[in-house]
Write a protein that binds this ligand. Structure first.
Ligand SMILES: *[C@@H]1O[C@H](CO)[C@@H](O)[C@H](O)[C@H]1NC(C)=O
Ligand SMILES: *[C@@H]1O[C@H](CO)[C@@H](O)[C@H](O)[C@H]1NC(C)=O
Ligand SMILES: *[C@@H]1O[C@H](CO)[C@@H](O)[C@H](O)[C@H]1NC(C)=O
Ligand SMILES: *[C@@H]1O[C@H](CO)[C@@H](O)[C@H](O)[C@H]1NC(C)=O
Ligand SMILES: *[C@@H]1O[C@H](CO)[C@@H](O)[C@H](O)[C@H]1NC(C)=O
Ligand SMILES: *[C@@H]1O[C@H](CO)[C@@H](O)[C@H](O)[C@H]1NC(C)=O
Ligand SMILES: *[C@@H]1O[C@H](CO)[C@@H](O)[C@H](O)[C@H]1NC(C)=O
Ligand SMILES: [Fe+2]
Length: 447
């Protein structure tokens, strides 16, 4: 008898145990990897998060003054990693609409049954040209040896930034350890990306399985105002007095995923730049700023990368033999003002350059320069360490091999300020520049 009740108890405990690891257990439906991104207009903000178990509800409760009196629902999609474990994660995406420009909102995300995240907050994008945009800009930040992460987290919490531009390469690599590196990275940046829009472009380290984790987990805006997926490769948005374009340099190097992606992106870029240059648009958003991972120019010791046909000059000059779909001419033709790059694990500020020739302004190098200004900022910290410099080139204005990140303030139609923070030197500003323009548009050799 005692024996039988022992068996019954065992069965009971087994049932409890199996229940406790069931997918229905709320504990396993907890939101994580929470981050936000801008939509195409200031009335939108997108909240994206992950659950490890299937949770069908995707809900954001939000409101002003700390009161969560509004509720928005969205969609869940499955991300299946292609590693040996074929892990599945559930990506929740909710678009908050009709936000009041500049107003501050609190939110949490999750669901009634499976639980809620902690409270986060954000400011809806301001919609006036007087909005001074303060951004942190960097590439090549991993989940380990991420030297810039603590300062970025602190500065974000102190309200120093309106948004982040992450110029490709993260986690090192998102797919490692059956996609767990990606999870850890997204959780690590939550204290940044849960509060201010985290806008990205892909780097070579995101390439695994056709960039699948990168396209699944971020939510960049497409021209259709849908979010994530292919839109994460190339997209644009307006903020303050700037039109910002994120695009993929990796299409030129991972052609095994589809050659046509280069052509599609090129055509999209041309159309987007043409639209941004319509007089009313350029007047309202005079600055055109691009971000792409692999630089057109640099002066690192492995600068074959940036200069030779084996290197990244495909992005600049176009594909070999056909010499088509290069971006340098396209960007200059449409008067792109500033181009951010990364990939080289260092910081380099360039003189205004076009076709390997420096085109300073007449009143100062950066006062009405006659070419786009390039900045290579890929030193936020990763396990691959630094990329040393080679001989300075004619376009080299300043370079620094400390770990760090860039800060950009877009003041108004004429004034843009940029500075470089060194994490090796305790947050000291090691470089700064003013880019001053009395007019924006195509450079003189295209007029
Ligand atoms: C932003 O401002 C433009 C006019 O400059 C207006 O057409 C648009 O409706 C505004 N959007 C929001 C969300 O207020
Ligand atoms: C989610 O929805 C699917 C399809 O409607 C259903 O089969 C599944 O049981 C649901 N899962 C949960 C946890 O509610
Ligand atoms: C959910 O996805 C469907 C298509 O799959 C789309 O029509 C709908 O707008 C999406 N809803 C939200 C809130 O994103
Ligand atoms: C890679 O993904 C893109 C969409 O992001 C798709 O168009 C392309 O066909 C895919 N390539 C391969 C080889 O699966
Ligand atoms: C770039 O400069 C070279 C000479 O240095 C010239 O032959 C070539 O036509 C120029 N290309 C463009 C696109 O201006
Ligand atoms: C551009 O301006 C900088 C700063 O004045 C100067 O050092 C550099 O030599 C100039 N380059 C050319 C080609 O004029
Ligand atoms: C633009 O911003 C700069 C820097 O704050 C300032 O010096 C300048 O006066 C401003 N210009 C206008 C037209 O407001
Ligand atoms: Fe890279």
């Amino acid at each position: 008898m005692a024996h039988l009740s022992g068996i019954l108890l065992l069965l009971f405990l087994t049932a409890v145990a199996s229940k406790s690891i069931s997918y229905d257990d709320p504990v396993f439906g907890q939101p994580e990897q929470i981050h936000i991104s801008y939509g195409l207009d200031p009335s939108l903000m997108v909240v994206t998060w992950i659950t490890m178990n299937p949770v069908n509800d995707s809900i954001v409760e939000y409101g002003e003054n700390g009161v969560l009196n509004q509720r928005a629902t969205g969609n869940v999609s499955i991300f299946q990693d292609s590693g040996t474990e074929k892990r599945r994660e559930y990506v929740h995406r909710v678009v908050l609409r009709n936000l009041k420009p500049g107003h501050r909102y609190s939110y949490h995300c999750g669901s009634d049954v499976y639980g809620w995240s902690p409270l986060f907050w954000f400011a809806a994008m301001r919609n006036d040209s007087g909005f001074v945009v303060r951004a942190a800009v960097y590439g090549d930040m991993g989940k380990d040896i991420a030297y810039s992460m603590p300062r970025l987290q602190e500065e974000t919490q102190l309200g120093h930034f309106d948004l982040i531009l992450h110029v490709g390469d993260m986690a090192y690599d998102m797919n490692s350890d059956n996609a767990r590196f990606g999870d850890e990275y997204m959780n690590a940046i939550e204290s940044i990306a849960g509060y201010i829009p985290y806008m990205t472009c892909p780097g070579n380290h995101e390439n695994a399985y056709n960039f699948s984790q990168y396209t699944a987990k971020f939510s960049m805006p497409s021209s259709m105002n849908t979010f994530g997926g292919d839109a994460n490769h190339f997209y644009s948005f307006n903020v303050g007095s700037a039109h910002i374009i994120g695009f993929s340099t990796e299409f030129y190097y991972f052609t095994e995923y589809g050659f046509d992606q280069i052509i599609n992106q090129y055509q999209w870029l041309e159309q987007d730049l043409r639209k941004a240059n319509q007089p009313a648009n350029r007047a309202r958003y005079p600055w055109i700023i691009t971000m792409g991972h692999k630089p057109m120019y640099c002066s690192n010791s492995d600068d074959n990368d940036c200069l030779t046909t084996e290197g990244y000059s495909y992005v600049r000059n176009g594909l070999p033999f056909v010499e088509a779909y290069g971006l340098e001419k396209l960007f200059a033709q449409y008067g792109v003002d500033l181009e951010f790059w990364a990939h080289e694990h260092s910081y380099e500020r360039l003189w205004p350059v076009y076709n390997s020739t420096v085109h300073n302004g007449t009143k100062g190098a950066y006062i009405d320069p006659d070419a786009p200004v390039h900045i290579v900022t890929g030193s936020a910290g990763c396990p691959e360490r630094h990329d040393p410099f080679g001989i300075p080139r004619s376009w080299t204005a300043y370079r620094n091999n400390d770990y760090g990140y860039s800060r950009m303030n877009i003041y108004n139609a004429s004034h843009l300020y940029l500075e470089q923070v060194s994490d090796d030197k305790g947050g000291k500003v090691v470089d700064s520049m003013w880019l001053i323009k009395s007019k924006h548009g195509p450079y003189s050799y295209f007029e």
